[in-house]
Design a protein around this ligand. Structure first.
Ligand code: NDP
Length: 326
């Protein structure tokens, strides 16, 4: 049996719980393929798995995103062959590995004009931007939209995409350098949410009206300011917890603040059906392949140094996308 090296963890906790271990690879089972990773994607959700905010049975692998080549296919697999270039975002966890056997469900063939590193960097954050902007609230030309953590992985992609759809893009971030980056990727206005009143600035920018939609992956620290930034009947999309989970709130607030809509979506529910995954993937590949969305791979680590990548992500030292190289 082949052995590969992978990051695993036996206890939840800080980045130090991530161990570099030998893992038996085996042959792909029914409905599975074996993928040799050229690159693996780092995502904030990986830190939620590591800390136990999103609990997993332990010990566990980690990671939901990768790109590479199919080495072998299991019984019943007809849509992929050995040698195919593929990329994926989705479960089960275990992407932080040199190679793995996995179900075909999340796999897409990677177009020839997209390299493996870009593929590994863009699938999870890019499919997320795709469903947020195209499904959760369908952004229209002329909409004002607020995108938190605009210089982050999802943020930089969402800013470019929203701009390409004709929106007025308001981004938030914590430093001048990140603000510059957000502006260079489609943000028309940038608010420093660590020192400015977000809702007040949004009202100034939108002539008092507020934005049509807020995309909020920051969670605890931004939630109330997000509700206060919306126009009447605007949509609050709470899709992450980078600063911690949102506290329970009274739905009556939604009435008081303007008959607001709120949703707490997740990528898995937008890609569970093959046709939905292919539709979103097709849109993403077209945006990236056509140059409308540039994937910024701003940090690269050796896969075995995943703990350091987690430290940097959680300390807000990263921008754009990050990949781990086996
Ligand atoms: P990012 O690259 O955006 O990194 C997180 C960023 O959040 C930081 O760089 C930082 O930017 C900002 N931030 C604000 N407060 C904090 C804090 N207290 N600690 C750490 N960071 C903070 O990560 P991703 O692009 O991977 O993910 C963004 C969010 O989207 C996450 O919450 C993630 O869980 C969520 N997500 C949800 C999905 C879904 O389907 N529901 C799918 C994919 C991602 P700054 O310095 O500018 O404040």
């Amino acid at each position: 049996m082949q052995t590969v090296q992978a990051i695993r963890f036996h206890h939840t906790g800080g980045p130090e719980v991530l161990c570099w271990e030998n893992v038996d690879l085996g042959e792909p089972g029914s409905g599975q393929v074996r993928v040799r990773h050229a690159a693996v994607g780092l995502n904030f959700i990986d830190t939620y798995h590591r800390t136990g905010l999103y609990p997993l049975p332990l010990p566990s692998g980690i990671g939901l995103e990768g790109a590479g080549v199919v080495e072998a296919v299991g019984e019943g697999v007809t849509q992929f062959r050995a040698g195919d270039r593929v990329a994926y975002a989705g479960g089960p966890v275990g992407a932080y590995s040199e190679a793995r056997c996995m179900p075909v469900a999340p796999l897409l063939k990677l177009p020839e004009n997209i390299d493996f590193r870009t593929g590994a960097a863009m699938m999870l954050q890019g499919l997320t931007a795709a469903y947020l902007l195209r499904k959760t609230y369908r952004v229209q030309a002329g909409d004002a939209v607020l995108i938190h953590a605009a210089a982050g992985g999802v943020g930089l992609i969402a800013c470019q995409w929203a701009k390409a759809l004709g929106a007025t893009v308001i981004g938030t971030t914590s430093t001048e350098a990140k603000a510059e980056l957000a502006r260079a990727h489609g943000a028309d206005h940038v608010i420093f949410y660590n020192r400015e009143d977000v809702a007040k600035r949004v009202r100034e920018i939108t002539g008092g009206e507020g934005v049509a939609v807020v995309y909020d992956g920051v969670g605890k620290d931004t939630f109330m300011g997000s509700l206060d930034s919306l126009r009447v009947r605007g949509t609050m999309v709470s899709f992450g917890n980078a600063s911690g989970p949102v506290a329970p709130f009274d739905p009556l607030l939604l009435s008081q603040k303007g008959s607001l809509f709120i949703t707490r979506p997740t990528l898995a529910h937008h890609t569970a059906k093959r046709e939905e995954l292919e539709e979103l993937g097709g849109e993403l590949f077209a945006m990236v392949g056509g140059g409308k969305v540039k994937i910024e791979v701003n940090q690269t680590y050796a896969l075995r140094d995943a703990a350091q990548a987690h430290r940097d992500l959680e300390a807000r030292r990263t921008t754009g996308s990050t990949i781990l190289l086996p």
